[in-house]
Design a protein around this ligand. Structure first.
Ligand code: HEM
Ligand code: HEM
Length: 282
């Protein structure tokens, strides 16, 4: 494929203004063999587009058929000189545009796009609040009939109120947005969406049971100490009293899910070496 043909495709797909030439992309590749292969396989195969979207190294991207090129760019390689950990971050706009075009054509997203700022903010806010709730919940004094909601208990209710609001916003965001799916195997997709679903369930169940228990004790739950939430159980309700115990047990289930989830994130980062973790990093 020559520049003219590339321009033709780019133009048809509406990217014309942003692409200067195919050489912009190919010419920047580290090894002459890579350039050769890039030209030969252009436009890329489905497998290559998939590799791009998982953000593997540039040399891995150019693994074509049974021909593999070194995983590490040689000294003096433009990618290395720019000091980037992952070559995918160092592509020029023209390269990225071209890749986007190719992977769109192949039906793949360019490189797993990730979550938007709102989703990331809410994810990490909820992580902070939950960590605080575990620390407070496990260190606060035992609660008996007639215990006053002071000190750490007041903190547990106060942080809990913010958490309920953050989880509600998060679920609203999730129901109205679908993040680009990560490029992972069908098996991992089932495991990860299963874990995410259970995490969401626990993110609702644990706080709501705590809230019901607080209501049954006649304690009011206030957002920022100002805006009171309604009581969701009658004072003295034996059922809501039981919910306090279930709240404590389910907190352990949530803890186990979080361990699994964080283990999964680290597995992606250090074993599979894909960019799933980066999707949620700021
Ligand atoms: C995911 C968030 C939360 C976590 C991880 C969490 C964790 C805990 C833990 C570990 C305990 C001690 C349980 C025990 O030792 O038996 C506890 C008790 C309690 N939590 Fe939470 N909590 C969360 C959210 C909330 C919220 C949102 C509220 C209310 C607004 C709340 C209200 C309570 C109450 C009232 C108790 C005392 C229950 C009892 O002893 O009967 N919690 N929580
Ligand atoms: C309190 C702890 C945590 C909870 C409750 C939690 C919950 C969740 C949930 C429900 C999702 C699904 C998002 C969606 O698609 O709507 C998610 C995604 C994600 N979380 Fe967490 N998370 C926690 C901690 C962490 C930590 C510590 C890390 C990093 C080590 C992490 C990394 C990620 C990543 C990378 C994703 C995106 C996965 C993907 O692209 O499919 N999470 N988290």
């Amino acid at each position: 494929m020559n520049d003219r043909q590339a321009h033709g495709i780019a133009y048809r797909r509406g990217y014309a203004q942003r692409i200067h030439s195919v050489a912009d992309w190919v010419g920047d590749l580290a090894l002459p063999q890579q350039r050769e292969i890039a030209c030969a396989v252009f436009p890329m195969s489905l497998a290559t587009a998939r590799e791009q979207s998982t953000g593997r190294r540039a040399s891995a991207i150019l693994k074509v058929g049974r021909v593999a090129y070194p995983a590490h760019a040689p000294r003096g390689d433009p990618v290395r000189r720019r000091g980037h950990a992952s070559p995918i971050d160092s592509y020029t706009t023209a390269q990225k545009t071209l890749m986007k075009m190719q992977s769109d054509e192949a039906g793949f997203r360019p490189y797993a796009a990730g979550y938007d700022g709102v989703a990331k903010f809410l994810h990490w806010l909820v992580v902070l609040l939950i960590a605080a709730q575990f620390v407070i919940g496990w260190t606060m004094p035992d609660i008996h009939k007639g215990t006053r909601p002071d000190g750490l208990i007041a903190w547990h209710l106060g942080v809990g109120a913010t958490l309920i609001a953050a989880v509600a916003l998060r679920i609203i965001w999730r129901l109205t947005h679908s993040p680009a799916p990560a490029e992972v195997s069908p098996f991992l997709r089932v495991v990860s969406s299963g874990t995410h679903g259970l995490l969401y369930l626990a993110l609702v169940a644990v706080p709501v049971l705590g809230w019901a228990n607080a209501s049954s004790r006649g304690w009011s739950v206030k957002l920022s100490g100002v805006l009171p939430y309604p009581a969701i159980a009658p004072v003295g309700s034996p059922v809501a009293h039981e919910m306090g115990d279930i709240h404590g047990y389910l907190a352990w289930v949530l803890f186990a899910l979080i361990v699994l989830h964080v283990g999964g994130a680290l597995f992606h980062r250090f074993v599979l070496k894909d960019r799933v973790l980066q999707r949620m990093l700021p």
